[in-house]
Design a protein around this ligand. Structure first.
Ligand SMILES: [Zn+2]
Length: 226
């Protein structure tokens, strides 16, 4: 058995070793936190990307699955979007692919092997789910000359006709209405990719003018009912 005084001495020396270790650990954690904060700031995903910055309008925010792309020159160049004058509707031209598939496609463009520049702020899936890929403070690569002053919404579709499912359609109407309210965009400034470049996008709304007009009417009535 160890005499009491020796046991106390051992405790004291252990304490002496533990205290500096705790201080070193605390300093390391602090340094790490500062580094992470600095990196986040540089990527522009700290305080300038906050849902608090959205005014919300009179509509509740739709459920958004925020999966921001890794910053890269092909799909998220982090160029500031300084004004939002319109909202551009697209279709993915990828029948049956999910919102997640399309988000992953944008994410993988960063390896540069295809040389393709493409992305979208939002993707509406076949079940109406919405993935956000780019903050509203940055441009996406979706709408050619209008990348610099619009938000882009890509929509999934089950087949070659490009027609949206009811779930996709309803979700798109609500998201568009909510964005109009949030960013003071006149619903008449909701346009098709076709209206910018003449491209057959979103296919169903280009080939069915009446469906497009109905869509805009549905957006307006959602806003008015808010
Ligand atoms: Zn398009």
């Amino acid at each position: 058995m160890m005499p009491g005084s020796e046991r106390n001495n051992m405790k004291k020396s252990r304490k002496k070793k533990i205290i500096p270790a705790v201080i070193i650990l605390a300093v390391l954690v602090l340094v790490l936190a500062v580094i992470i904060f600095a990196v986040q700031r540089k990527r522009g995903i700290s305080d300038d990307f906050s849902w608090d910055s959205y005014r919300g309008g009179e509509l509740e925010r739709p459920e958004l699955d925020v999966q921001l792309l890794t910053p890269n020159e092909y799909s998220r160049p982090q160029i500031a979007l300084n004004q939002i004058n319109g909202i551009v509707i697209h279709y993915t031209a990828n029948p049956g692919a999910s919102a997640q598939d399309n988000r992953n496609y944008f994410e993988n463009l960063q390896n540069g092997s295809s040389g393709t520049h493409a992305s979208s702020h939002f993707i509406v899936g076949l079940d109406g789910e919405i993935i956000q890929c780019i903050p509203s403070t940055e441009i996406s690569y979706a709408s050619n000359d209008r990348n610099t002053d619009t938000l882009a919404i890509e929509c999934c579709h089950p087949d070659e006709t490009g027609e949206f499912t009811d779930e996709t359609y309803d979700s798109l109407v609500y998201l568009t209405a909510w964005l109009c309210l949030n960013f003071d965009v006149d619903p008449d400034q909701v346009i098709r990719h076709y209206d910018i470049t003449g491209k057959d996008c979103p296919k169903y709304f280009v080939e069915h003018e009446d469906a497009w007009e109905r869509f805009i009417a549905d957006v307006k009535s959602t806003i008015e009912g808010a």
